[in-house]
Design a protein around this ligand. Structure first.
Ligand SMILES: C[S@@+](CC[C@H](N)C(=O)[O-])C[C@H]1O[C@@H](n2cnc3c(N)ncnc32)[C@H](O)[C@@H]1O
Length: 259
C-alpha cells in the first residue's frame, strides 16, 4: 500500500466549518488539499464507513444509465476511480475519468493496472470540472459521484456536463443527502458528525479536516429537490431521483434532450 500522503496543513479548521464551506472563495484549493491528504486511505474509509454500501450505490447508479454497450462515458471528479471502473465492468466501450487532485488520480491509475483487460477501455486525465477539455456533445454518458458537492460552483459544473453530453445522452449524479425520516436523520447526524470524523481521521491519519468537512458539506449543500432544480435550470430534461439506503445517498438521472 502507498504511504499516506499526509499534509501538515489544515484545509478545513473549526472556524472555517462554523460557516457554510460552500461559500468559501478558496473552496477549490481547500478541497484539492484535503483530497491530496486522504487519497491513499480514501477507499478503505469509504468501505468501512458506508459498511460496503458505497459500491452498491455506484453500481446502481451505473445500472440506471441504461444500455452501455458501445457507449462513451465521462466520469467527472472520478477520484480513485470506483465509478469509472463500475462503468467499464458494466460494458461501456470507453470510459474517461477526470479529476483535479493528482493524488486521487494516482490511486485510480494504480487500481486500473491491477484489473486485467481494463486498460484499453479506461483512462484517467487531469481536468477541472469547471473547464472540461472536451468537445461539445462528445460523450454518451456523463457522471459524477460524491463530486458535485465539492466543486466551487454547482451550476457552472452542470453546464459543462450538459455541453459535453450528446443529445439524448444520460447524466448521472450520485450524492449524499440527509435522510427524510427524522429519526434516521438524527442517527445519521450522530454517525457522520461525531463517530466518523474521529474514526476516519484516525485511519487516514489526517490533519486536513476532511472528515469534519464531510458532514458539514452535506448538511449545508443543496437538497435533492434543489439539485434537481439546478439540473433542470442548465437544460436537462426527464430528471429522476432515486434515494438509496433510506435517502443517505440519492442518484439524480437526467437526459440532455436539446440538440
Ligand atoms: C468525494 S471524492 C469522489 C470520488 C469518486 N467519484 C468516488 O465515487 O469515490 C470527490 C472528488 O472530486 C474531486 N473534485 C472536486 N472538485 C473538482 C473539480 N472542480 N474538478 C475536478 N475534480 C474535482 C476531488 O479531487 C475528489 O477526488
Amino acid at each position: 500500500m502507498a504511504a499516506p500522503n499526509r499534509s501538515s496543513q489544515v484545509a478545513w479548521g473549526r472556524d472555517d466549518l462554523s460557516q457554510d464551506p460552500h461559500g468559501a472563495p478558496d473552496k477549490a484549493s481547500r478541497v484539492r488539499q484535503m483530497f491530496s491528504s486522504i487519497a491513499s486511505s480514501y477507499d478503505l474509509n469509504n468501505r468501512l464507513h458506508s459498511f460496503g454500501r458505497d459500491q452498491v450505490w455506484r453500481r446502481r447508479t451505473v445500472a440506471l444509465c441504461g444500455e452501455l454497450q458501445g457507449r462513451r462515458v465521462l466520469d467527472i471528479a472520478c477520484g480513485t476511480g470506483d465509478l469509472a471502473q463500475a462503468f467499464v465492468s458494466a460494458g461501456a466501450e470507453q470510459v474517461v475519468g477526470v479529476d483535479f487532485t493528482e493524488a486521487m488520480l494516482e490511486q485510480a491509475r494504480l487500481k486500473a493496472q491491477r484489473l486485467p483487460g481494463v486498460s484499453a477501455r479506461l483512462r484517467y486525465e487531469w481536468a477541472d470540472a469547471l473547464d472540461l477539455p472536451f468537445e461539445d456533445a462528445s460523450f454518451d454518458v456523463v457522471s459524477i459521484a460524491f463530486g458535485i458537492r465539492n466543486v466551487q460552483r454547482t451550476e457552472d459544473a452542470l453546464a459543462q456536463m450538459h455541453r459535453v453530453l450528446r443529445p439524448r445522452g444520460a447524466l448521472a449524479i450520485l450524492e449524499f443527502a440527509e435522510p427524510p425520516n427524522r429519526l434516521l436523520r438524527a442517527l445519521n447526524h450522530l454517525y457522520t458528525g461525531w463517530v466518523m470524523p474521529r474514526t476516519a481521521a484516525l485511519i487516514a491519519r489526517d490533519r486536513s479536516g476532511a472528515y469534519s468537512y464531510l458532514p458539514k458539506s452535506i448538511e449545508s449543500y443543496l437538497s435533492p429537490l434543489s439539485l434537481r432544480g439546478a439540473v433542470e435550470s442548465v437544460g436537462f430534461d426527464q430528471v429522476r431521483q432515486i434515494p438509496m439506503t433510506f435517502g443517505v445517498a440519492v442518484a439524480t438521472i437526467a437526459r440532455r434532450m436539446t440538440v
